[in-house]
Design a protein. Sequence first.
Length: 98
Amino acid sequence: MSYFGQIVEWNVIEGLKTGHVIVDEGRNHKSESEIIQFDLVVQLVTIEQAIALITHASAVKDEERHALLLNFRGDQQRRGISQDEFTERFGAYLERPK
């Protein structure tokens, strides 16, 4: 989730992360790109703001809202699952690395 330059991300490998968007204007301000800089420590205020926005966003479907809130409200220090567990759960069709 991205809002006002703040980032909250949860993924199955790394778990919950926060960060912010940095705008790189490039040489002579002719082109710009956005870079995401993740925080070394999860910022609870950023997560609380994201939860408030999700809770009140009318365009978010109830199922999606529930899933997002479950991930964002989880143990803030929780990491994702191990690579072996990920492969076992989601990569059954892949050969195991040798």
